[in-house]
Design a protein around this ligand. Structure first.
Ligand SMILES: C[S@@+](CC[C@H](N)C(=O)[O-])C[C@H]1O[C@@H](n2cnc3c(N)ncnc32)[C@H](O)[C@@H]1O
Length: 354
């Protein structure tokens, strides 16, 4: 049976369909976000980045495992527009798989949004906001003027009628700012917002405790978004991990439960594979590197000891979990959150890594 409903960790090896691959096409970014899971940098493309050929081989191997959806991310994908377009066309024309992309919006042009332009290839494009105003957003991106350019990017995409979702990632002290931003974005044609929760990954890991909003701030964020969404008919949604802290938000289709390692992987610009995007940037959760397997995902997807343990954890049958004080948090919230906030002694003892 190849029905994706079987992808729940209870079925046989052949029934783990790798339906969703997010892949970083580059490591370069024109911003330097303090929380960046990818630890993207402003430097020129490094030799370390996967080439177009490498990316095609990886996606080709994913196609034989059940691929249905590809997310092209980075770095900032629009810094390598030709590479982005090349890979998007490969997915669409050679693999017959739809693509979406994540951008900071700052490099978007009208040309890119015209029919046949690079952004017209995607079934969804996201632009991220890290604060409700220029001061907060630019303080996280560490680039003055980035809020203004991201806003303009979102406006251009919305104006072109392309399927845009604005991502909101609140940090402490910024939760109350997003209601006004949602209204401003609505004024320029934005109709869809996704709330995201900060993950303790990449550069965010060391600042997580100081940066994560407290529960009261999150309630304000959630309440404000629900209110403005209803008032202005903006679709507001969230994935499974985000809804753990903001349960009132509607669930994003395909994100009804945690699917980490069950139907998806995230691949960084160097070919390291992680069980989901939230896990990318948590080195302990790396399943393997694709350079070691000639860019073929099969071995990692079926044989990585860690992915097997993650699937056992998802089914609550991983040996050793019963003795752990974090068991409830791991079962009831997000594995990435638990692993990303463990100290080295806890990591050493964790059943996932045995
Ligand atoms: C890594 S960026 C790369 C693509 C592009 N430059 C962008 O800004 O969307 C992809 C998305 O992941 C989000 N992100 C990065 N690090 C994160 C973290 N530690 N927790 C939650 N989201 C994170 C970004 O804010 C952005 O929305």
């Amino acid at each position: 049976m190849t029905d994706s409903s079987q992808n729940d960790g209870t079925s046989k090896r052949s029934q783990f369909l790798l339906e969703h691959v997010d892949i970083e096409i580059n490591h370069r970014c024109n911003l330097l976000c303090k929380h960046c899971s990818a630890r993207a940098v402003r430097a020129k493309a490094g030799v370390d980045e996967l080439s177009v050929d490498d990316l095609k081989k990886i996606l080709h191997s994913a196609a034989s495992l059940g691929l249905r959806n590809v997310g092209l991310t980075g770095g900032e994908p629009l810094m390598d527009k030709e590479k982005l377009e090349n890979i998007a066309r490969f997915c669409l024309d050679d693999l017959g798989v739809p693509v979406h992309t994540h951008s900071n919006g700052t490099l978007v042009t009208v040309e890119m949004c015209k029919q046949g332009g690079v952004l017209s290839l995607f079934e969804s494009v996201s632009v991220t906001f890290l604060g409700g105003n220029a001061e907060s957003h630019d303080s996280i991106t560490q680039v003055k003027g980035s809020f203004k350019r991201s806003f303009e990017g979102a406006r251009i995409i919305a104006d072109a009628g392309l399927p845009l979702t604005c991502y909101f990632i609140p940090t402490n002290q910024t939760c109350h700012e997003f209601k006004a931003l949602a209204a401003e974005l609505h004024n320029v044609g934005v109709r869809r917002i996704r709330a995201m929760a900060l993950a303790p990954s990449g550069r965010a890991r060391t600042i997580y405790d100081k940066t994560i909003p407290d529960i009261d701030e999150m309630r304000v964020f959630e309440k404000d978004l629900l209110q403005i969404g209803a008032e202005l008919s903006i679709q507001i949604e969230a994935g499974n991990c985000t809804r753990m802290s903001m349960p009132g938000l509607s669930i994003l289709a395909g994100h009804e439960r945690c699917m980490s390692g069950l139907n998806r992987v995230h691949i960084n610009s160097r070919g390291d594979v992680f069980p989901c995007t939230a896990a990318s940037g948590v080195s302990e959760l790396m399943l393997g590197n694709l350079r070691d397997s000639a860019f073929d995902l099969k071995e990692i997807w079926f044989a990585s000891p860690l992915v097997r343990n993650i699937r056992a954890l998802q089914r609550k049958i991983l040996d050793g979990c019963n003795e752990c004080s974090r068991i409830k948090k791991c079962y009831d919230t997000c594995m990435v959150n638990v692993i990303g906030t463990m100290n080295s002694a806890e990591l050493k003892a964790c059943a996932l890594f045995r």
